[in-house]
Design a binder for this molecule. Sequence first.
Ligand SMILES: Cc1cc2nc3c(=O)[nH]c(=O)nc-3n(C[C@H](O)[C@H](O)[C@H](O)COP(=O)(O)OP(=O)(O)OC[C@H]3O[C@@H](n4cnc5c(N)ncnc54)[C@H](O)[C@@H]3O)c2cc1C
Length: 324
Amino acid sequence: MKAPDPRAGRHPGRDLIVIGAGPAGLSAAISGARTGLKVLVIGEAFGGTLNLTDRIENYPGFARVSGRDLSQKLEDHARGYGVDLLIDRVDNLVPSEEGFRLAAGSKTFRSASVVLATGARPKKLGVPGEERLSGKGVSYCALCDAPSFRGKKIVLAGGGESAVKEAVYAAEHAEKIFLINDEKSLRPAGGVRLQLEKLAAAGRVEVINGNGIREIEGKNKVAGVVLKKPHRGKNGLEVAGVLIYIGVVPNSGLARGIRAEISDRGEIMVNRRCETSVPGCYAAGDVTDGGWKQAIAAAYQGTVAGWEAFNYCRRAERTRAGLE
Ligand SMILES: Cc1cc2nc3c(=O)[nH]c(=O)nc-3n(C[C@H](O)[C@H](O)[C@H](O)COP(=O)(O)OP(=O)(O)OC[C@H]3O[C@@H](n4cnc5c(N)ncnc54)[C@H](O)[C@@H]3O)c2cc1C
């Protein structure tokens, strides 16, 4: 009797293409490749947003790790399982008869399944001066830009956990941080709260609650901000930089293009298996409506998406081979 062809029914392109190479995408690639799928990851940066994070202290197994080190470990792990990695931006994704077609620049790819792990981008304040002075003192990444504010006064806009964490990091460089948030108070968790309290007591961070930025001023570089309400009798603050951490916008454009269901917050809707409403298309991490926007949550969802993509590919193979 003839031995069964191990490639019978296999997709002619990749089994799985993962879009986005942050913790969600790389985890999806690792779990998919471990199950034997042919996996390609296409992402704008290996590690995604982790690269912009100074230190992570809540990723199990690492009491303290820099975002870049964790990114490198995830990348090495994926490469170790034979995952192909490509730095590029996917501009187009369309469903096709046998799966999906993708375009990244002039290159095209085919796959049986996809995982969308495209994360989220920082929200803009939308005030005069922000766009014009972006990269000239206006920044969305403390890790990238805080060292250039050494010995200077800066503003950090935002009141969430990430904003406070970044203020604590930026205080290692800047002379003083004005932490401006529009809520009545800040409620950072334990460790970060203690660090903030110490810095505030030393005059290195001044928290300004219930206020906001009306305009960012400066000719060729940031010179100051105009506040929405007076602070200590003045509407202006003379600062050399403005760091903005007021939330994120999910990168769900590719999902919209294939008519996957999107929440009213712009997130890709997924179930517990990380399935989107489009068969063969999974989503994981910060781009989904899946809850906590944290690296470990992204890694968990990515892992689930990779396994589920494996189940999907094997079912599709059996159908193509005429076994189902
Ligand atoms: C300042 C800050 C501090 C943080 N601190 C912590 C912390 O201490 N602990 C913690 O657990 N989490 C922290 N986080 C959150 C954590 O970084 C995110 O939850 C995590 O990175 C999300 O992973 P992800 O893979 O879903 O998305 P991302 O890491 O954002 O990766 C998505 C990647 O996809 C790329 N992409 C988007 N569209 C395309 C496309 N069309 N083609 C190709 N690539 C594309 C993006 O450019 C990006 O590189 C922090 C975040 C910030 C901003």
